[in-house]
Design a protein around this ligand. Sequence first.
Ligand SMILES: [Zn+2]
Length: 145
Amino acid sequence: MSSSSPHTHCVFCQETGGELIWQNALCRVVLINDADYVGFCRVILNQHVKEMSDLSGDQQWALMQIVFLVEQVQREILQPDKINLASLGNKTPHVHWHVIPRFASDKNFPEATWGPKQREGKTADIGLLSKFKQRLLTQLEQQFA
Ligand SMILES: [Zn+2]
């Protein structure tokens, strides 16, 4: 691993990065409070590491298994038309994955969520959020230490 000490100017070293759902030694899963994208999660590595290829193969796979579990629970509970997985980090070069349930009716579809607005968006029902959070936590606790 290249660099692991917390960085003073890195938001993911200083802050949780959303509503904490679950964490283990490797990473944390947080929920982003965004009315346009109900169920939008981030999986954030705990250590300050810039690129996926700075991680060992075991760490890469462990992290992606958690990303895929978040995706799976989003599909099950929120039933989106598509899942977007995004890892950019140009502004915050600290490994993290955006896991975003997308709907053909959402504000930006078929553009990226940060792309031009297409319409007054409709996303997953906010009423599903507590069920989603509960299911996500249960699955994470069952499958990962
Ligand atoms: Zn950081």
